[in-house]
Design a protein around this ligand. Structure first.
Ligand code: ZN
Length: 174
């Protein structure tokens, strides 16, 4: 059995660094390693072209690198090698950008500010086309509904407090 992961070539690192510097300035100090995955992975019936993982303490320790990452890596990106070799640079940039879009820099966290985010949209191509005029409609509507629920919660709390007060007055009511 051969090894599943392989070091990427220099051109991958070069393209990756360009994408990172151009679109993700907040990751300036993040340590990210890209690897080729030699094994095909599928999800939802589709081949997975790339994945990003956040490292844990153990992986950090194991990926310590005197020259680049003294404290180990923050993220690992695994690229399907067959896929990478089959696509052009424009799609490669899209793929790297997508994976980096999963990162989140938590400015308030001192110990471990590098987090992961899930996709911001899950949709159908037909809907994307029809909603072009308001692509973030779901976010907009969700904010409104969220506020209604918040208000309801607040109202219930107030009602409960009123009830308590009445009892405090001897339970006579008004
Ligand atoms: Zn993704």
């Amino acid at each position: 059995m051969g090894l599943r992961y392989e070091e990427v070539t220099e051109d991958v690192t070069k393209l990756f660094n360009e994408v990172q510097a151009r679109h993700f300035p907040e990751l300036k100090n993040a340590k990210i390693i890209t690897l080729f995955d030699l094994k095909k992975r599928a999800s939802g019936g589709r081949v997975v072209l790339g994945r990003i993982m956040k490292t844990n303490d153990l992986l950090r320790h194991l990926t310590k690198d005197e020259a680049i990452a003294i404290e180990g890596y923050d993220y690992i990106i695994a690229l399907d090698k067959e896929g990478w070799n089959a696509i052009g640079d424009a799609d490669r940039v899209r793929l790297l950008r997508h994976e980096l879009r999963h990162t989140y820099y938590d400015i308030d966290s001192e110990s471990n500010p590098y987090r992961l985010l899930d996709h911001s949209i899950t949709d159908f191509y037909e809907e994307v086309e029809l909603n072009k005029d308001d692509p973030r409609w779901r976010e907009r509507v969700a904010t409104i509904v969220e506020a209604i629920y918040e208000q309801k919660k607040e109202d219930m709390k107030q009602d409960r407090n009123k009830g308590k007060k009445r009892k405090g007055y001897g339970g006579n009511g008004e």
